[in-house]
Design a binder for this molecule. Sequence first.
Ligand code: ITT
Length: 204
Amino acid sequence: MNKEKLLIATTNQGKANEIKSFLARIPIQVFCLLDVEFNESFPETGKIFMDNARSKSLFYSKTWDGLTLAEDSGLMIDSLSGSPGILSARFSDPNATDERNIQKVLLLIKGIPQEKRTAKFICCMVLSKKGKIITEITEHVDGYITNKKKGTFGFGYDPIFYYPPLKKTFAELSSDKKNSVSHRGRALKKLQEFFENWGQSPIS
Ligand code: ITT
């Protein structure tokens, strides 16, 4: 029997690695936009995470002959009124790097006491097929922003996102450990449960 194909609609290598690592437990063939050729790329114009995830998933699913999984995610810092939010990927400038984004956050929250550095990562995930949405999932994880970077794993803001239950930043966690507690990992867990109960499930 041919395995169902799933496209992760992302060009972010960090995200792709985490999603692939989780989906390895499901009998499904997984690709991301870095593995296949797409002539067009999706411009993110939504005002909320779910709008972007939905449009991104539908955009690629119209061309991709299989399942398409897109997610929009980001960091929301309470003392910065929810910034960087949907602008997380390009917070410092249009050609942002993870390092410049981190430095901008650290500068903006300099002097704010630890107890007021509360933040959350949000993940909105949308699975679709041939231009139709199959399921939508939203998850988050709470933590704090540190005053300096710690750890070398992960991507994005991981070195400054401290997760109290494990007393570590996300950049100090392996991909599997991060997936067991992160916004993305929680969303993927729900996706796995969805697959287990879905009539056309690739694992049913
Ligand atoms: P795609 O749109 O191609 O998926 P992207 O990086 O532009 O890639 P988003 O628009 O969803 O993706 O932006 C997410 C940004 O939020 C990401 O670039 C990081 O800066 C940050 N982010 C999201 N999840 C994160 C995580 O688990 N760890 C660290 N930073 C994260």
